[in-house]
Design a binder for this molecule. Structure first.
Ligand SMILES: N[C@@H](CCC(=O)N[C@@H](CS)C(=O)NCC(=O)O)C(=O)O
Length: 112
């Protein structure tokens, strides 16, 4: 899941893990499953696709692709790419993100 520079000032200030997602999105479900598997606490921000909330200027200032999910970790923004999956690491420290930078699908066990 590539890291992008967010233009949204509020998001830059978010501490911990925050997931912008639609409960019915299978793309977002993969990330929710990874977070649950690693027992990581996270805060939910619902983006209702049926209500076109992903098409708002506010959401697109967080994720310019207008797709869900968007994962924020300590103000850093991670968005999905078709050929890449996020890997959520089992432990956290102040120096290392729990979200590993992109890897190609199928190259690594444990990738989401
Ligand atoms: N490769 C991305 C794809 C994200 C994606 O396609 N999300 C869909 C929901 S599963 C979406 O936001 N669709 C809204 C739209 O296409 O307008 C990922 O896995 O995160």
């Amino acid at each position: 899941m590539p890291h992008i520079e967010t233009k949204n000032g509020k998001v830059k200030k978010l501490a911990g893990l925050h997931l912008y997602h639609d409960p019915l999105s299978s793309c977002a479900m993969r990330v929710r499953m990874g977070l649950a598997e690693k027992n990581l606490p996270w805060q939910s921000h619902i983006i209702d696709l049926a209500k076109m909330e992903h098409a708002t200027a506010e959401y697109q200032s967080i994720n310019p692709s207008g797709l869900v999910p968007t994962l924020i970790h300590d103000g850093r923004t991670y968005i999905g790419r078709r050929d890449q999956r996020v890997q959520i690491l089992p432990c956290r420290s102040n120096r290392q993100s729990v979200v590993r930078e992109p890897r190609a699908v199928g190259r690594q066990h444990g990738a989401l």
